[in-house]
Design a protein around this ligand. Structure first.
Ligand SMILES: Cc1cc2nc3c(=O)[nH]c(=O)nc-3n(C[C@H](O)[C@H](O)[C@H](O)COP(=O)(O)OP(=O)(O)OC[C@H]3O[C@@H](n4cnc5c(N)ncnc54)[C@H](O)[C@@H]3O)c2cc1C
Length: 369
């Protein structure tokens, strides 16, 4: 029987592995990819898709088509649990066992909203999966047709910033009525970021007429409203929880060693600390020697090492070490062509900042599309 490489998710850390999938096939290995969508969406351009700068096709990779064209198999589904002793993966709602010899996990992260959202609440859209932003865009434009609405974005970080700015762009360009847009930023908008970034982010949003509420954290989201922990209540027709992300729950559910955030605990080879034939990359791992920010930059940097180590593990050769590298470039897309650029201590805002991001993102996506 051929040795089987199984990939959970075709995310940012699996791009090089997917691009070289035919090399595994040529060497006599079988490869299967499990993913809940036939496409993988590039999150860096997700807010721009919400704002109407990009179409869905501009920002997605046709995972199924790529995998099948290179001789692999594609399973449309959600990996639910891993049984490392049997070396198999179970899908959600299925007892079928998908066997592997080597497993690589790039299942990303999700926005935990269960603590905030009370019961069945309509028109709540999380920042992840990125596909959800497509449905959000349609809902915004539909509701803005008939009445003056309010949109609430809950969160004080970059996702919240980018979503707010791009909703403004979308509505300015396409909506019949301009909504009220409020960002519920707890007590400190863009906390943990350098002072200059925080000042620029606030000024740019406020100049667009976006209101930043930083008088307290949101305690619960109910149908049509947000309640703050200080008792303040705000009406909102559409709500975006953008309260940070947590790694996929697959690993905790499977009893694999995980880090404090619930991510698959991996060593310097991006390999599970307990199971030598399980690897991972991107937001779903906890890199034990140097815990990493949940940014796409690290997933992208992990690509060559993950690819090399999956091949090496199948061929029983030595593994390569991953080094996270130094500081990374951050550019935020605030909609209406505005961006904030930041690297080392160098920070500036304006149209040129967004142009740089647009150029880098389009180049990245073209390379792998
Ligand atoms: C709005 C927003 C904007 C962002 N902008 C930037 C940016 O500009 N620059 C930056 O560096 N970072 C950015 N980030 C962070 C970045 O999105 C993540 O760090 C990056 O997506 C991590 O890549 P990943 O491949 O690990 O996860 P993901 O991009 O989430 O990909 C995971 C893949 O796994 C699949 N999957 C999920 N669950 C399962 C399952 N159970 N079984 C099988 N497959 C599954 C998904 O369908 C998806 O294809 C942004 C995040 C958000 C939310």
């Amino acid at each position: 029987m051929k040795k089987h490489l199984l990939l959970i998710g075709g995310g940012h850390a699996h791009m090089v592995t997917l691009a070289n999938l035919d090399k595994f096939i040529d060497k006599g290995f079988a490869v299967t990819v499990i993913q809940p969508s036939e496409y993988h969406y590039y999150s860096g351009m997700g807010p721009g898709m919400l704002g109407g700068t990009y179409s869905a096709d501009d920002i997605r990779f046709a995972t199924r088509k790529l995998v099948e064209s290179k001789g692999g198999a594609f399973i449309l589904g959600k990996a639910y649990r891993i049984d490392p002793s049997k070396q198999c993966v179970y899908l959600e709602d299925s007892a079928e066992e998908i066997h592997y010899d080597v497993l690589s996990c790039n299942a990303g992260s999700f926005v935990p909203q269960s603590e905030l959202v009370q019961g069945e609440v309509r028109n709540v859209f999380t920042a992840k999966p990125i596909e959800a932003l497509l449905a959000a865009k349609d809902t915004i434009l539909t509701l803005c047709k008939n009445k003056d609405i309010t949109i609430g974005i809950v969160g004080s970080g970059p996702s919240s910033l980018e979503i707010a700015g791009n909703i403004h762009q979308l509505c300015r360009q396409q909506a019949e009525n301009m909504p009220v847009i409020r960002v519920f930023a707890g007590q400190n908008f863009m906390s943990g970021r350098p002072t200059k970034i925080r000042r620029l982010a606030r000024t740019i949003l406020e100049n667009k007429g976006i209101k930043i509420v930083d008088s307290g954290y949101v305690e619960k989201i109910t149908e049509g409203s947000l309640v703050l922990e200080n008792g303040g209540t705000f009406q909102a027709d559409i709500i975006f929880p953008a309260v940070g992300v947590k790694p996929s729950l697959i690993f905790a559910r499977s009893g694999l060693p995980i880090g404090p955030d619930g991510g698959l605990q991996v060593n310097d080879y991006l390999q599970s600390i307990r199971y030598s034939n399980i690897f991972g990359g991107g937001d779903c791992i906890y890199f034990e020697s140097h815990p990493l920010d949940k940014v796409g930059v690290y997933a992208v940097r992990q690509n060559p090492v993950l690819y090399a180590n999956l091949m090496a593990c199948l061929e029983e050769k030595p593994l390569e070490q991953f080094s996270p590298g130094g500081t990374y470039l951050l550019i935020y897309n605030l909609g209406d062509g505005d961006g904030i650029f930041s690297k080392w201590s160098f920070t500036f805002s304006g149209k040129f900042a967004f142009k740089i991001k647009d150029y880098i993102d389009r180049k990245f996506i073209r390379a792998f599309q």
